[in-house]
Design a protein around this ligand. Sequence first.
Ligand SMILES: Cc1cc2nc3c(=O)[nH]c(=O)nc-3n(C[C@H](O)[C@H](O)[C@H](O)COP(=O)(O)OP(=O)(O)OC[C@H]3O[C@@H](n4cnc5c(N)ncnc54)[C@H](O)[C@@H]3O)c2cc1C
Length: 545
Amino acid sequence: MTTTDSTDVVIIGSGFGGSIPAYRLAAGGARVVVLERGPWLSGEDFDHDFKFGSSSSRAFEFTMGDGMNVLGGNCVGGGSVVYFAAMPRAPRFTFERQGSIGKRLWPSAVHRAALDPWYDAVAESLPITQNDWPDVTYSGGLWAAACNHAGRTANPVPAAIDKSKCTNCNWMMSGCRFDAKRSLLLNYIPAAVEHGAQIRPLHEVQYISRTPDNGYRVHFNTVDEVDYREVTGSGTIDAKIVIVAAGAVATPVILQRSEEALGAMPSAVGRHFSGNGERLNTAIVNEDKVREVLGLSRPDGKAYEAYQIGKGPVAASWDKLDGNLPEFSRHSLEQLYFPPGFGTILAQVPDATGPSWFGLEKKEILRRWQSWLTIFIMSEDDNEGVFGPPPPTGNGDRISQQLLSRGALRYRPTENTLAGWERADADVRDILERDGLSRVMPWTNDPIGAYTVHPLSSCRIGDDPETSALDDRHELRGHPGIFVTDGSSVPAGLTVNPAFTIAALAERAVPGIVEAAAARGVPVRYVDRPPAHATSSRIRIPLGV
Ligand SMILES: Cc1cc2nc3c(=O)[nH]c(=O)nc-3n(C[C@H](O)[C@H](O)[C@H](O)COP(=O)(O)OP(=O)(O)OC[C@H]3O[C@@H](n4cnc5c(N)ncnc54)[C@H](O)[C@@H]3O)c2cc1C
């Protein structure tokens, strides 16, 4: 089936970068269509299971690259559906970063004070609340106690979670069936739909071309809801404004593929990718020492028994987020459980014999898993990831029906990145190996390369056209009317979880997009009221959408 359609604004992707403009523009009077590659799941669709076809395999995409792998959301709501909802603001110094090019990476118009009102808007809209110590899990408390023992500090992490609804089920990564996690399904998306925005799931955008009236045509395939490799139709939709928000792994692919139809892209499209300097360290905790040194104990295995999925970050050490320290030596350390790293972590635990192990050895490692603490590092990398050439269709070559594809990202960590990782690893060891509390194994890139859930910077904002694809209003250089508002627009790693900053930047971009849309004849105005909160993520899908 082929369809043709037209509207005022097409938005590609429904994560933070897509849903926020969808709501604001629809509320302001524009006709908005959101094309989302993944399915539309909500409430009880979210399973407490890993079997094929459960929300765990439908809502995620794991994109393997060369030297860097990325896990992200693949559903209406994007990463907000599967994320841990840790929502710190980026520290002031990150906006002053120069990377290895020796020039401020962020545009001069964007610094922490300028972004604070937009952070406030997001905090009110989701909303975000500060966790307190009683909200922190035993393992988070253990991390905080170990930090304290080492003369360091740790803090509970602010989160977009409704604590009154949270059942601590430990399945938040597969989507929250209790509507406790304040994903975009509970705020911006229902509010956008309320104002007439159409959300079209299972629509995978391939490329963008121009229309004779100076607008744009967005070309998509529809995909089967079980086997995403199967194309069920294709179509186009014309718009005066296009917002690309497919996430930092897909946005550069769509734009690079569009080059043939649109003309040359800025050279920074698909370059300067950052994995937010991410890294996992695994500590095998000595429960006796924990009891003796820190005075903490729980019945055997209780602390960590939810290894199969775990709770998100609840306590973090931010001592090294100090603007006086030189670049590439600043990082945050968050306690969390992160089972997708399971396979590779298991391959590198102390005494493991190699990456491929089965049988008794696996059983023994799984038994000890209950005493493992995972520390998540977010440091300053060097924007060294490069995309291209794009695959013929899709964001990558799909390897399985759901979940897995091979993408066009190459990543070779520079000396700066490696030194940053080394410092952060040493920091974790200094805290967790003190007085025999645990044995720490850092992530090694050997089995699969580096790994991130925070892809950034592959189409970034900036003042310098040589090193940034977008101007400070998020408009794609040389292609007026195309805006990019997702994680790819963030100029560099943030040293903290990025969703809050991506969302604040998207909020900040909206007035400029409204202005551009109005200049193209769209009857739209900027609306600053927050979205009304939905009480349930189950919203009626209008007929024919
Ligand atoms: C397990 C996990 C835990 C996380 N925890 C946290 C956390 O606690 N705090 C935090 O700040 N961040 C967290 N993140 C990261 C956070 O989810 C992302 O930074 C954020 O969602 C990125 O927003 P975005 O708008 O750039 O892209 P996304 O939210 O990824 O949205 C992009 C959307 O575009 C869709 N899309 C892709 N290609 C196409 C196409 N060709 N056509 C149409 N649609 C397309 C995707 O399916 C997706 O829905 C986590 C991520 C993961 C995976």
